[in-house]
Every structure is written in C-alpha cells, then in structure tokens.
Design a protein around this ligand. Structure first.
Ligand SMILES: *Cc1c(COP(=O)(O)O)cnc(C)c1O
Length: 386
C-alpha cells in the first residue's frame, strides 16, 4: 500500500531524463532490500528482529516484512505504532530500558507486545506495574563492548555481567520469562566481538539456577563502505553459530539478533545535485544536516558513488574534491575528500549508494534544507553504486 504511494522510475537514468531534481531524491531499490533481507534470514542462526531506528521509512519496513522479516525491534511507542501500521501481523519488541510512563502498558494492550527489556533493578517495578507478565518475556540487558565496534552501545545501557544473575532472578520471581540481551556495538568490524560477548553470556548463564531460553545478541552487523571494508556477513554468522554451541540455554533455546544497518543500508541511494563548484570544492544540495548525517560519527567516511550528466554516467579522469552541503554552517562538509570526474560541473548529479542506514531517519530541516522525495526504482536489475 505505501509502495504505491511513491513515484516510480525504471532506474536513475530514467528518473533524470524525466525530471530535473532541485531537491535531493532518495531512491529505494526494492529488489536490493528483498535480497538483503533473504540473505540475512538464511544465514543468521536464529530469529531476526529488524532495528527500526536504522531506517523507519514505511516502504522499507514493508519490503523487509514482505521478504520474511517478521520481528521488529522498537525503542518507542511511536516505532511500535509505525511497525504495526506498516506490517500487520509483525511481532513487535519494546527493547528500550527507558520508556515514557504508560507506554509499556499501551504497547502490550494496543499492539500485543510481549517482549520488554530492563537493564537495572530500578527499571523492573515500573515495567511490572504496567504489564501483564503472563506469556511475557523480559530481557535483562548486559553491558559488553568490543574495541572493534565503531560505536559503543554499552556505555549508556546495560548492567555489569556480575549484576545480571540477580536481575534475571528478579525477573523470574515476577512471573515473567527471563531472557538475556546484549549489544556489542554498532558497525562491528571483527566477528570476534560476538564470540567474545557470547562467551561472557555463557559464563553469566552458567551462574543462574534456571535455564534461559532466549539470548538476544543485538545489532552491529557491518556493511562495507569505501575505506572501511569488512568481512562478509557469513564470517559473522559462522562465528556466532559456533560460539552459540557453548551456551547453556534451555533445550528450546533460541538466538535473536537485531540488525539495523545490515538490513537497511544496501537498498537506498541518494541523488544529489551540484549547486556550486569552486576549484576543488563541490557544494551539493544535501549535506551533513541531511542524508549524510551519520558521517558525524566515528566509522566510514564515504559512500560509493557515481556521477550523472543529463541522465548519462559521467566518466573521465578524476581528482579528489571536498564535498560541502548547502547550509551556512562551516561543519557542513563531508569528513573526507572524494574522487569525482575532474570535469564535474553545476547541474550534474552524484548518486551515493548503500546510504539506507542512519540517513533518512536522522536528517533535519536545518537552515531550510529538507527533502522528502523518496522514489522507487522498478527495474529489478538496477543496482546502486557499491
Ligand atoms: C541501534 C541498535 C541496533 C541496531 O544496530 P546496527 O548497528 O544498526 O545493527 C540494535 N539494537 C539496539 C538495542 C540498538 O540500540
């Protein structure tokens, strides 16, 4: 239903032959979303929850759901509502230890949520006061981080491993089903991070007097970008599969994962236009307050790209350019230079690929620049630059 609401073009050339975009245009490659989801579902040895925050566009949620992703990791009632509307029948998980008052109750009563999370004793009583614990799982989130992650997700959330057995016991005593969760970080570049964290989980689980059924190993699955090439997902799945053999889970035990980037990045591109060129500086109609928002953080510094002129690919000798956004803020510059055809000129377009994670969901209208032009590219063989 949401798919039909978007304008559709065959591919980027078709789009550029039909419109001369003033604003940035964000292109959904539906087949890439489908393939990416199927690949992850086939490889990961357990249940896959899509982390909605990575890209909450309704069409992205629907494409992932249609490809077989049935579980959604949500952090707010708003995300739960959105996933419920876009993907009827999906199973929704409320996996944030910080919630507004009454949101857990609404999540359960209005949207059937039966999975919640705490990371401290102080969070348990407020949760229990809002939910019915029957057939409900409450995860205890454990802090673990690994040096290979580009972003540490354990300095804000998570109980120390030593405190987890008491927290799991308190959950069990409440009548809810206790389960364990952790997040090794975002943009994890070394599969060893998961082996390491699963090892800690195994030690912790061996110290509780009952068997836990569910272990949620979080997100962090990486994507390769220019200058940040990571091992294939298969290496991660293989290491996770073998580490999981050591886990003292209940006989019907199950692993869960919460990929955000890995599912959302590959299938979206951004078509930007050159507004001004000054020697080695290229000013685009999009920037660090828009689709490139994520480049403020540690991690990759570029996206694969290609240049179009009048709807045709532009090639030729390249040189390194500084790339700047349209706002008046001097920090509105991409963190590294990129190679572009030396002849690039005002009116040309640059398409950036693999830009679906932490981009649409973080853009702002700072200084009056904002685009909501999201389109579909229908040619099943069309691929973004990668
Ligand atoms: C952000 C986040 C994710 C997704 O992380 P990716 O690195 O995009 O895979 C998963 N789980 C939790 C709890 C998160 O905060």
């Amino acid at each position: 239903m949401f798919e039909d609401a978007l304008k559709s073009y065959t591919n980027v050339s078709d789009l550029l032959n039909r419109i001369k975009p003033r604003h940035p245009v964000y292109c959904i490659y539906p087949n890439v979303y489908t393939e990416t989801a199927k690949h992850f579902l086939a490889g990961f040895p357990g249940r896959v929850l899509y982390a909605v925050k990575a890209n909450n566009h309704p069409v992205v949620l629907q494409l992932l759901f249609d490809a077989g992703v049935r579980n959604f990791d949500c952090a707010s009632l708003q995300e739960i509502k959105l996933a419920h509307e876009c993907c009827p029948g999906a199973k929704l998980y409320f996996m944030n230890p910080v919630r507004f008052e009454d949101d857990a109750r609404q999540a359960q009563q209005r949207f059937g949520v039966r999975h919640f999370l705490v990371d401290h004793h102080s969070g348990l009583a407020p949760l229990l006061s809002e939910i019915d614990v029957a057939n409900t799982v409450v995860f205890a989130r454990m802090a673990v981080s690994h040096a290979s992650a580009q972003a540490n997700l354990s300095n804000k959330f998570g109980a120390k491993p030593a405190d987890i057995p008491a927290l799991l016991t308190a959950i069990a005593d409440s009548g809810a089903e206790p389960a364990l969760a952790f997040n090794v970080g975002s943009g994890v570049v070394d599969p060893e991070a998961y082996t390491y964290a699963i090892g800690i989980a195994a030690d912790v689980l061996a110290r509780v007097p009952f068997k836990v059924r569910l272990l949620d190993i979080g997100g962090g699955f990486p994507r390769s970008y220019p200058g940040l090439v990571v091992p294939p997902l298969e290496d991660f799945f293989e290491r996770i599969r073998s580490a999981a053999r050591t886990l003292p889970l209940a006989p019907n035990g199950e692993l869960l994962s919460e990929p955000g980037r890995a599912l959302s990045a590959p299938g979206l591109s951004a078509i930007t236009s050159v507004l001004l060129k000054k020697t080695d500086r290229v000013y685009l109609n999009d920037g660090m307050y828009g689709i490139f928002w994520e480049l403020r953080f540690k991690g990759h510094q570029q996206y694969a790209h290609r240049v179009f002129r009048n709807g045709e690919l532009l090639s030729g000798e390249t040189r390194a350019f500084r790339i700047l956004g349209p706002t008046c803020d001097s920090s509105d510059e991409l963190p590294s230079r990129i190679e572009l055809p030396a002849s690039i000129a005002v009116g040309d377009q640059i398409e950036f690929g693999s830009i679906g994670a932490y981009s649409l969901s973080g853009r702002t209208d700072f200084n009056g620049f904002f685009s909501n032009d999201v389109v579909m590219l229908s040619d099943p063989t069309a691929r973004p630059p990668s």
